[in-house]
Design a protein around this ligand. Structure first.
Ligand code: NAD
Length: 480
């Protein structure tokens, strides 16, 4: 799997911009894109599951080499159509950035592991040979988010197909056309590589009811859910084996040994990636008070706009709204109209007009501020001044809310780095880099868009979607 070079990203971005200028296609919905009708999209969840089950049976009868050929074709089509999916994702959801979404698709194509991730184990001894193989579950039911819609469908499909499964998706209703574009892409790749015409399936109109049919259907053997706390809770109470990839609120600590100029740039680069939609992106900063001014200056040099506390409170009253829960208690949730929007759009809501170069809104706040406590998923970054490492770790761990998802730190002090990593217990911990290094973008390791903290699979890959099977040959087949 090749790394993504900066030159490659630049090339794709320029292709996207060219296409944006020349394309006029607005003819798409959850069943088609232009003249192409999506394959594998159903109006009834039971039919979708039956088709995914046929797909599973077809994959089961294939060689691993044939499976890998399908995955190679998925990678090729994903790279070729990354700009189209990126543009569609932004057009449909109103969230994120076309250039960054394009880069995310290329990352998925290049760095999602395939069949090489499935490794068998053998144990030999006086009593013969025992073989442990990683088998498919069958049909996997996958619930996907609006924040990385096609990226998640393609990434999960590669891993699940590599493991030998069929897949039925119940995508986020706000991103259904983009998600179904990706479902169709996987099916086109399957057909082109000699696989079944329908390998993965989805819904014309996914609903809570279709999710519930999926969760209770006997043919669905594994549930994989990528989204906020509500949906993770729902699948974990389904009574089935479930992989839950839930919400995060990644804190960043910057101490006074860090390269402050670089920390400011890295944090803004990570925080603004796809307008802060990735669940791993920097959400709040705890900066030592003796370097906080220098850090803020570095952020401003790198495209941040500093607002004061009155402006921050005004912005908070717009980007967060009140809802009543079942018990009648009022709580704050993010305003969907603000999630993943450009910093300039958010600033205009409080009467501040800035140029497009401004990519992030920063503000100094107290620890209790809603900007620190809520997972905003927009380019707004609160900064809390701290006295020392004890206070930094204490507050950062609290702000992460026990999600154990992702945390970041900029420091050259090994003791401080180790102490925070141990205390916060996150699935991903990134040191001295933008957050996206944690999913293989400018950092080592494979990528995923399903980071399963609650259920422990972590940075999921093909092997996460398998079940162990053991085969024992007693007293034979040992060759020594
Ligand atoms: P969301 O929670 O609104 O929706 C996710 C999916 O769950 C959608 O398909 C939605 O229709 C479905 N859903 C919601 N409640 C459900 C229920 N009770 N039963 C069945 N299905 C239900 O998420 P979103 O706004 O699209 O994505 C953002 C959230 O997802 C953030 O909290 C983010 O941190 C998280 N996320 C996590 C990861 C990860 O890998 N851990 C990746 C992406 C997003």
């Amino acid at each position: 799997m090749a790394n993504i070079s900066e030159a490659e990203i630049r090339e794709v971005v320029s292709q996207v911009l060219n296409k944006m200028q020349t394309s006029t296609s607005t003819d798409w919905d959850s069943t088609h894109y232009g003249s192409r009708k999506f394959v594998g999209v159903y109006s009834d969840m039971n039919e979708a599951i039956a088709a995914a089950s046929d797909g599973y049976r077809a994959v089961r009868s294939m060689t691993v080499e044939q499976r890998e050929a399908i995955i190679t074709e998925i990678r090729r089509l994903t790279k070729a159509e990354a700009p189209v999916m990126a543009r569609l994702g932004v057009a449909e959801t109103g969230m994120g950035r076309v250039d960054h979404k394009t880069a995310k698709h290329i990352l998925v194509a290049d760095k999602t592991p395939g069949t090489e991730d499935i490794v068998s184990n053998a144990k030999t001894g006086d009593n013969g040979l025992t073989l442990i193989e990683m088998a498919p579950f069958g049909v996997v039911g996958s619930i996907t988010p609006s924040t990385n819609p096609s990226e998640t469908v393609i990434c999960n499909s590669i891993g699940m197909i590599a493991a030998g499964n069929g897949v039925v998706f119940n995508p986020h209703p706000n991103a259904i056309s983009t998600s179904n574009y990706a479902v169709d892409l996987v099916n086109r790749a399957s057909k082109a590589a000699g696989g079944p015409e329908i390998l993965v399936c989805s819904m014309v109109k996914p609903t809570m009811e279709s999710a519930s049919v999926m969760q209770s259907h006997p043919l669905v053997r594994l549930l994989v859910c990528t989204g906020g706390p509500g949906v993770v809770r729902a699948v974990l109470s389904s009574g089935k084996k479930a992989i839950g990839a839930g919400a995060g609120n990644p804190p960043v600590i910057v101490d006074d040994t860090a390269d402050i100029a670089k920390a400011g740039k890295d944090i803004i680069d990570g925080c603004t990636f796809d307008n802060n939609l990735p669940c791993i992106a920097e959400k709040e900063v705890f900066a030592f008070k003796n370097i906080a001014d220098e850090l803020i200056n570095s952020m401003i040099k790198n495209g941040a706009y500093l607002i004061d506390s009155a402006q921050a409170d005004r912005l908070a009253s717009i980007v967060l709204v009140d809802v009543k829960d079942k018990s009648g208690k009022t709580r704050k949730i993010v305003n969907r109209e603000c999630v993943g929007r450009d910093a300039s759009v958010l600033l205009s809501k409080i009467g501040i007009n800035v140029c497009k170069d401004i990519r992030c809104i920063i503000c100094e706040t107290s620890f209790d501020h809603l900007f620190v406590q809520e997972e905003l998923m927009m380019p707004i970054l609160p900064i809390v001044r701290v006295d020392n490492i004890d206070q930094a770790i204490d507050l950062a761990v609290k702000a992460e809310h026990g999600n154990r998802h992702t945390a970041h730190m900029h420091s050259k002090n090994i003791d401080n780095l180790s102490r925070f990593a141990r205390a916060v217990e996150t699935t991903i911990f990134v040191k001295n880099a933008p957050s996206y290094a944690g999913i293989g973008f400018g950092g080592e390791g494979h990528t995923t868009f399903t980071i399963a903290g609650p259920t422990g699979e972590g940075i999921t890959s093909a092997r996460s979607f398998t079940r162990q099977r053991r085969c024992v040959m007693a007293d034979s087949f040992r060759i020594i």
